[in-house]
Each structure stands twice: as structure tokens, then as C-alpha cells.
Design a protein. Structure first.
Length: 210
């Protein structure tokens, strides 16, 4: 009887140990590098420089495109009335169409330019976060790491934001802190804002229609 009981206890212990090992090997984390970078102390400077770039450079580019379109349109109409050759008129029409295409798709163009500028300005921050994130992944061996908005209620992933900021020896921003034991977490999903390039683009004034 004692021998049978010992075998049962041994099997139960092995089962519990196996379950713990599987749970450890299959743990899920939550993290987003864009949110983490935006939580860095130096990102406010990036945000300010992006606002200046949008107002000064992108606005200037768009205003120039509008002026250029109006100039080309006026020249085309004048030369058309003057019965200029088809070669001249077709060339002017092609130039006008190219500029008009830029104006029509300016919002998308401006967003791409903003994203490129953001990546340039925030590059050092991304490198620092990525280096810390890589170390955290090597240490914790997550089965999968999800974005804050990518998992359903009831899932209780591990807060990777806290680990990454601690790896960088920086205070954990409030929006990335765990709320407490037993509470479901979704760090960064509501407090962090999307990258500026995705939030908007330069204002688009009206141009004369072709």
C-alpha cells in the first residue's frame, strides 16, 4: 500500500513539475516598441521637432506645389488660346498633371515623409529600446509577445514594458506599470498615442482645378 501511494505521489509530482515547465516555456508577453519609444524621456524632443518639420518644411512643400500648379495651369491655358504646337501643349499638360497628382495625394505623401523623419529623429531611441528588448527576450524565453491591443480579455500576459525599462535603468512610465496582482493588464494600450506620422499630415489648402 505504501509502495502504491509512493508511486502515485511521484507521478503527481512529475505531472505538476511538467505543467509548471510547460507554463514557463509557453508564457506570453505584451510589448510594443513604438509605444515604448514614445515613453522614453527623449521622445518629447522628437515630437517637438516633428511638429516644426510638419509646419515649416511640409507646409512649404505643399504651398510650392500649389503655386507651381497654378503657374503651369495659367501657362497652358494661355498657350492653348495662342494655338501653340501640340508638342508644347502636351508637355505643359504632362507637367501640370504631375504636380496635380502630388497635390491630390499630398496627405499620403506627407504621412510618409513624417514617418521617415520620425524614424530618423527617434533612431537612437529605437536602438536603445531594441537592445534592451532583445536582452529581455533572451532572459525570459517567451512563447509569443503580443501588442497591447492584440489579445483578448481573460488572457493575462506578462508586462514586458516594465522589464525593458528596468533593463535600460529608466523609471517605468505610469502608463506601462502593472495595476496589481490578479488584475488583467493591457499596458500602454490607452495611454500611449500612435506615432505622429500616423496621426495626421500637413494642412492642404485649395488649389485651382484643372
Amino acid at each position: 500500500m505504501k509502495k502504491v501511494l509512493f508511486v502515485v505521489l511521484a507521478l503527481a509530482g512529475s505531472f505538476i513539475a511538467a505543467n509548471n515547465a510547460n507554463a514557463q516555456a509557453g508564457k506570453i508577453g505584451v510589448f510594443d516598441i513604438d509605444y515604448a519609444v514614445q515613453g522614453m524621456p527623449g521622445y518629447r524632443t522628437v515630437d517637438s521637432l516633428l511638429a516644426l518639420y510638419q509646419q515649416d518644411s511640409l507646409r512649404g512643400e505643399y504651398d510650392f506645389a500649389v503655386r507651381e500648379y497654378n503657374r503651369l495651369d495659367s501657362n497652358y491655358k494661355a498657350d492653348s488660346a495662342a494655338k501653340k504646337s501640340a508638342t508644347v501643349l502636351n508637355y505643359q499638360k504632362e507637367q501640370r498633371t504631375q504636380v496635380m497628382t502630388t497635390i491630390v495625394y499630398w496627405q499620403q505623401i506627407a504621412q510618409q515623409k513624417m514617418e521617415q523623419k520620425r524614424q530618423q529623429l527617434a533612431g537612437p531611441l529605437y536602438e536603445r529600446v531594441l537592445a534592451a528588448y532583445s536582452k529581455v527576450l533572451q532572459t525570459n524565453k517567451y512563447l509569443i509577445v503580443l501588442k497591447p491591443t492584440a489579445y483578448e480579455m481573460g488572457v493575462n500576459p506578462e508586462n514586458v514594458f516594465e522589464k525593458v525599462f528596468r533593463e535600460m535603468k529608466l523609471p517605468v512610465p505610469e502608463q506601462f506599470r502593472s495595476q496589481g496582482a490578479g488584475q488583467e493588464q493591457q499596458p500602454g494600450a490607452q495611454s500611449a498615442t500612435p506615432p505622429p506620422a500616423r496621426a495626421g499630415a500637413a494642412t492642404r489648402p485649395a488649389a485651382k482645378k484643372p
